[in-house]
Design a protein around this ligand. Sequence first.
Ligand code: SF4
Length: 112
Amino acid sequence: MRELTCIVCPNSCTITVDGDQITGNLCNKGRDFAISETTNPTRTITSTVVTTFDSCPALSVRTDKEIAFDKIFALIDLLKKVKVTKRVKIGDIVLANVFNSGVNVIATKNIE
Ligand code: SF4
């Protein structure tokens, strides 16, 4: 048996997973979350990367999709090595298809 806190919405339901039995979720999104969390947990990652621009020495970024939990620390290490040398806008890809996962890291800030 495993107890989870659903992070899909602010209700933060406590969900219990016991074999095929899933209880405590107020909606189906919680059920989907519980199944994903117990079989293939994923997260959206937010971070910053260094740039060469004095006006924006640190650029905020995030993954455009969720990435497998076991890739998170490798991604954070990879982001420490990234240096942005071109001006980017919100949504531009900073790092494409990380670890061949289909997940991109995108800018969440403009470099003016
Ligand atoms: S189970 Fe549904 S209502 Fe409850 S926290 Fe998750 S998404 Fe929100």
